[in-house]
Design a protein around this ligand. Structure first.
Ligand code: MG
Length: 338
């Protein structure tokens, strides 16, 4: 197996910000895995929140090459080996995991969802409105509604949350997910949540710092709105740890390492009667497709990373209103835009 990599530059249409960070422009890494004349593609989307950078991901990818072997169909074996050695660099593992699935699908002439025994991916995604001043919120909201999105996710955890949510609820009556991105102290969070329920949120994501996960049980106990863990839930074992403390988990491939580990997290969560959401970072379609392949298994999808871009370098995911889908093309169904 031959593995090449190169960086790609992507730019959101608007500055994208949360209570913690902002993105005007970023780079991700495209992985090309070649074997027997077939090329599988994947995207690495590192996040400093999880100790990952472009450099650490590139170093991990280079060190993975001797471990890949010569059978790209041995996906589970390869991913298990990579996790043993590169547990802290799961964004890089997710890129390889995607490229292996893409390769296997292309080699067999079938889409990845079919390879996995799943239904054709067709899923409503929320569209995320980041932290911004009110004027910009109005512009983003108008754009989102004009584009047909019918479920929104709003970043909260700043002083003017109430003004922002009032503006949104004046124009939008549909499902509204709130993400606090670790903004609050445990005592403050209960008060904030009580104040925010009047905006009828469908759920609140990560109200507390990731290490304060135990205190999420009290917020859940208020029974006002389902509480989901995002930053507190990275890997499969975290799902077990969080059982009883939150209503649901947000799985992201950057955190867990791709399709294999995500399937394990879904299985654990279902066995524990927890809700499941799939999330993402700002990225191109190439990183959204692997998550979309398994999206029919989850309750909520927030797979809008590519929809936030000014120019997506890849094609293949179609959208009508708030629903994104993949077709019957072999592999991940994604190709570089001409
Ligand atoms: Mg989140």
């Amino acid at each position: 197996m031959k593995l090449d990599r190169h960086r790609q530059r992507i730019r959101p249409r608007h500055r994208f910000a949360t209570a913690q960070w902002a993105v005007d422009e970023k780079e991700t890494i495209v992985v090309e895995l070649e074997h027997d004349g077939v090329v599988g593609l994947g995207e690495v989307v590192p996040s400093t929140l999880y100790g990952q950078s472009l450099e650490s991901s590139e170093a991990a990818l280079d060190a993975m090459i001797p471990l890949l072997g010569d059978d790209p169909f041995a996906i589970q074996h390869i991913i298990t080996c990579l996790i043993e050695q590169f547990d802290g660099q799961r964004a890089a593992i997710a890129g390889v995991d995607a490229a292996l699935h893409d390769w296997a699908g292309k080699r067999l002439g079938i889409p990845v969802w079919k390879l996995l025994g799943l239904d054709r991916p067709r899923k409503q995604t929320t569209f995320t409105i980041g932290v911004a001043e009110l004027d910009e919120i109005r512009v983003k909201l108008e754009e989102a509604l004009a584009a047909g999105f019918d479920a929104l996710k709003v970043k909260v955890g700043v002083e003017h949350d109430h003004e922002v949510l009032s503006v949104i609820r004046e124009a939008f009556d549909g499902p509204l997910l709130l993400d606090a991105n670790q903004a609050w102290e445990p005592r403050e969070a209960a008060r904030r949540i009580k104040e925010l329920v009047r905006f009828r949120p469908a759920m609140i994501e990560q109200p507390l710092r990731k290490e304060d996960w135990r205190a999420m049980a009290e917020l859940r106990g208020l029974a006002l709105v389902p509480i989901f863990a995002d930053e507190s839930c990275e890997r499969p074992a975290d799902v077990v740890r969080l059982h009883g403390y939150v209503d649901g988990i947000n799985i992201k491939f950057t955190k867990c390492g791709g399709i294999r580990e995500a399937l394990l997290m879904v299985t654990i969560a279902r066995a524990l009667d927890m809700q499941v959401m799939l999330g993402c970072f700002v990225c191109s379609s190439l990183a959204i497709a692997p998550a979309l392949e398994i999206a029919t298994l989850v309750d909520l999808a927030d797979l809008d990373g590519h929809l936030l871009l000014a120019d997506d370098p890849f094609d293949g995911i179609t959208r009508s209103g708030g629903v994104i889908e993949l077709g019957d093309q072999p592999g991940l169904g994604i190709s570089p835009r001409a």
